[in-house]
Design a protein. Sequence first.
Length: 319
Amino acid sequence: MTERLIIPKLFAARRAEKMIGQEEAWNKLRTVIRPGDRSFQVVFLRAQGGRGKTRMLEEVLRSHGRPVYDWEKAELTRQAEPDDLLIADLIDVIDTRLHDRYRFVTALRESLRDYGGHADFHRFDAADDRSGLLAASGALLKAVSEAENAAVAAFVADLRAIAAERRVIFMIDTVERLTYRASLRYAGSEWLLQEGLLTPDDLYIRTHHWLLSFIRDYDLENVTLILAGRGEEGEEFFNRIEAAVAEAQAAGHDCQPKPIALEHLSMNQTQVFLSQLAEDWRAAGPKYRTVADTFAFAADRERDQHRVIALYTGGIPLL
């Protein structure tokens, strides 16, 4: 009787416990987090899917003691004590609700709530309460809009006061989704803007345009804004952000653009990546032995499997 080979069902592709092959990008990212001055750092983390953008942002959280969601254990993990920086929780704008400026600003505030009094947003919190009361009472749209505008201004004022003491790091993922071409509701906005039928002021309630103002107009200091996304799909968004940085510099603001490139894995790095996966699955327990052995087989330097995988995936073995 032939023994049946049963491979445990896996809910998703497992990530390697250690980040492989992006040492140069990681070192650059660590530098912009602690630039040694009070500049406003705008970091462009552009790469195609599977290169490790989100993983690198999670490494920032993990290395500074911030909670990181472990998708395999379905829980938050913390590995170190917080340091002198204020590292905000990762915000992923694949959630289309965050394409609304006010919800996005609220998410920025919430991303620092764990710091308690070290991230004192008392002006924004009070203004947000007033806005919520107006909306709940059925106030006119104009009154609610004015209250939201006041709350956004209060957020910037609070952030300026907080950053006077400690550098604040915001990390925004999947920013290509903020382009109007990526939104069915606003898909025509890009053409209308190009034709002059819409002005940026007409779209001030959108996160896309508020970020331009956030960078260009407020002359903030001691803040790092990390924007991660796919370069090709997010080209128009990144181009506008770069233009906003240039305008801020022209106005005399200390605003610094910091592009960081992520590289494909080489054949050797692909082999190391597969070896790490084998080790990780082996540590997961006996029931994953077959999975671990499969990765170990693929990583065997005496065989060609890891070379084939590197060539077939273009150096992105997560695909």
